[in-house]
Write a protein that binds this ligand. Structure first.
Ligand code: HEC
Length: 125
């Protein structure tokens, strides 16, 4: 009887352990499937900022929700790139308010994409 229970436990453990292999590649490797080649403003960065920041920092919403800080459009975003506050805020650095405000931080991949775009010259591409 005891042996049966022992085997049952072993099988259960195997089941639970093999559950790990159902993790998606993204869960397991994260950055490895994060495509950082040719991150452009229009196809990479702008959609991220639009989805996570425009609720407060679009031209229309900034006065009421975003302390007047507009990040909509290349020229406006570039200002936040150049004064360092864009990276500082999304990486929750000590010198800016953590963004997006009152929400979980951007995924590591999204942060890396924005970082890469800046490293490549923050082009209006
Ligand atoms: C829910 C509204 C809201 C969202 C969403 C939001 N912000 Fe903000 N943001 C604010 C407010 C309000 C401030 C003014 C500072 C404060 O209250 O913390 C601010 C300030 C900033 C600043 C200036 C920080 C400083 O310390 O001077 C930057 C840069 C910024 N936000 C970037 C972003 C980015 C990038 C996103 C998206 C990833 C984002 N914000 C999303 C509301 C928001």
């Amino acid at each position: 009887m005891k042996t049966t229970r022992y085997y049952a436990l072993c099988i259960l453990t195997l089941f639970l352990a093999s559950g790990c292999y159902n993790d998606t590649e993204e869960d397991l490797y994260g950055a490895a499937v994060c495509d950082l080649t040719n991150v452009s403003y229009s196809l990479g960065v702008e959609p991220i900022v639009a989805a996570s920041c425009y609720a407060c920092h679009s031209q229309a919403n900034a006065p009421a929700n975003g302390a007047g800080i507009i990040l909509e459009g290349y020229d406006k975003l570039l200002m936040a790139v150049n004064n360092g506050l864009l990276m500082e805020s999304i990486t929750h650095g000590a010198n800016a308010s953590p963004m997006p405000k009152n929400a979980p931080s951007l995924s590591a991949c999204k942060i890396d994409m924005i970082k890469k775009w800046i490293e490549n010259g923050a082009l209006n591409d």
